[in-house]
Design a protein. Structure first.
Length: 138
């Protein structure tokens, strides 16, 4: 799912559906919801449909695809919305190296507020360079 998410983020959200994703790159603390939140529905619908059709077919591969989509969507909510963007203030002071790298990579992604020339389109896979922590200056 990480590969699908990366592809979708880079070529669809930063492509022809940029008008829905754009407000996510322009912070507005007064807004509770963003147009970007419609992607929740866009991605949840195939997951729900796959689970429904998969159950009807004795839990065939559609069911498991739907479960995969749903689990990744749950991870997205917890990691992206809660941990990275702090939409609900939890896990604010984690010192975990992996979590710090996720935050750093996402911060780099949001540094560019335009449709083109972005980087770090994934969520759970983080390039090695973001694990290198800055040494304190004295």
């Amino acid at each position: 799912m990480e590969g699908v998410a990366w592809f979708t983020h880079k070529y669809i959200m930063h492509g022809f559906l940029w008008y829905l994703h754009k407000d996510h790159h322009v912070p507005n603390p007064k807004k509770v919801f963003e147009k970007n939140d419609y992607f929740f529905l866009i991605f949840a619908i195939p997951g729900i449909l796959c689970i429904m059709f998969g159950i009807e077919q004795a839990m065939n591969y559609y069911f498991w695809i739907g479960i995969g989509i749903t689990l990744y969507g749950s991870a997205y909510f917890f990691v992206h919305d809660l941990f990275i963007h702090q939409r609900i203030r939890v896990l604010r002071n984690s010192q975990n190296t992996y979590f710090k790298a996720i935050r750093k990579a996402h911060k780099v992604h949001h540094k560019n507020i335009e449709k083109e020339d972005g980087e770090c389109f994934g969520m759970l896979w983080v390039p090695k360079k973001y694990f290198k922590l800055k040494k304190p200056t004295s």
